[in-house]
Ligand binder design. Structure first.
Ligand SMILES: *Cc1c(COP(=O)(O)O)cnc(C)c1O
Length: 303
């Protein structure tokens, strides 16, 4: 790996396993642990480091000067990308969905502070950009630039996620993760053994296409041996949509466990997981790991 990346990672905190204590878990005889990728770095959101690590390594080895990617106005992906780019001395550009707001929100101001070039495009144009899947495919791209599709969901993103799984030094039966593009889920699927059940929770509505996307990401890997499914029932109306009930759940969880949850990904996953436990969807004695993928910078959107 490139030395600058090694140096950056040396400053990280370790992502420990935290045992969740809750009478509900005792009642259903479930052992629940959280893999705390939210602790890795105060700015670089958990799974975004896992996904971007080997992408940056690849970009550096290609001797590119800049990375262009895309995301929403609260994008954890662009937030991590801009910060890592700034740290490594690589230029970054972000194509942002929607009109430029009069006042930049905290996420967009951070991107600016870290010298990311921002280009605001209509929702329609934004959707169009999703068709470009390869690093040199973006129309008008220069030789020294690297195009990274939405969410960094390319095959290179799986290796870092596999490292996250390898760190888990505890036996478990089920592993849960929230899904946006499904790349983190794909990384986990490609890394666990055959007896493990992998459960993704979609943060988006109408996300059945995730099955195809995840299968495509897994294509270059050996066929997965585990059982994996994506639960579609806990999107709360769509991406980044919330409800009183969800916010109350997050608030109670944070107070009881001392672990912050974002309302876009991990909050919805934990709500869903608790709900499934109550529906007896796990067997007594099972050990579950829920991956805390970070995303806490996005909580500023709730204020
Ligand atoms: C981006 C993100 C996800 C989704 O990851 P994918 O690999 O795109 O599925 C989950 N949780 C958090 C906190 C994220 O920022």
């Amino acid at each position: 790996m490139h030395l600058d990346l090694v140096k950056l990672e040396k400053k990280f905190q370790s992502s420990v396993l935290t045992k969740i204590k809750d009478p509900l878990l005792d009642q259903y005889q479930i052992e629940l642990w959280m893999k705390r990728d939210d602790l890795l770095h105060p700015i670089i959101s958990g799974n975004k480091w896992r996904k971007l690590k080997y992408i940056f390594d690849h970009v550096l080895s290609l001797k590119k000067e800049s990375i262009i990617s895309m995301g929403g106005a609260w994008s954890n992906h662009l937030h991590a990308l801009a910060f890592i780019g700034k740290t490594l001395g690589l230029k970054t550009s972000g194509i942002i969905r929607g009109e430029q707001p009069e006042n930049l929100n905290p996420t967009l101001s951070d991107l600016k502070d870290w010298d990311m070039d921002l280009l605001f495009v209509s929702r329609r144009d934004y959707r169009q950009l999703r068709q470009y899947k390869n690093y040199n495919e973006l129309p008008g791209i220069h030789k020294h630039e690297y195009w990274l599709p939405e969410g960094g969901a390319i095959a290179f993103s799986l290796s870092g996620v596999q490292e996250m799984v390898a760190e888990i030094d505890h036996k478990f039966d089920v592993i849960c993760v929230p899904c946006g593009t499904g790349a983190t889920l794909a990384g986990i699927i490609s890394a666990v053994s055959d007896k493990i059940r992998v459960l993704g929770f979609s943060a988006l509505k109408n996300a059945e296409y995730l099955y195809t996307d995840v299968a495509k990401l897994l294509f270059e890997n050996p066929q997965p041996r585990c059982t994996w499914t994506i639960n579609m029932d806990y999107h709360f109306g769509g991406f980044a949509k919330t409800s009183e009930e969800l916010l109350r759940f997050i608030d109670a969880f944070e107070r009881q466990q001392g672990i912050l949850l974002d309302h876009v990904y991990t909050g919805k996953m934990m709500y869903g997981l608790y709900d499934l436990i109550r529906q007896n969807r796990f067997q007594p004695g099972q050990r579950i790991i829920a991956v805390h993928t970070g995303g806490l910078q996005g909580k500023r959107g709730l204020e």
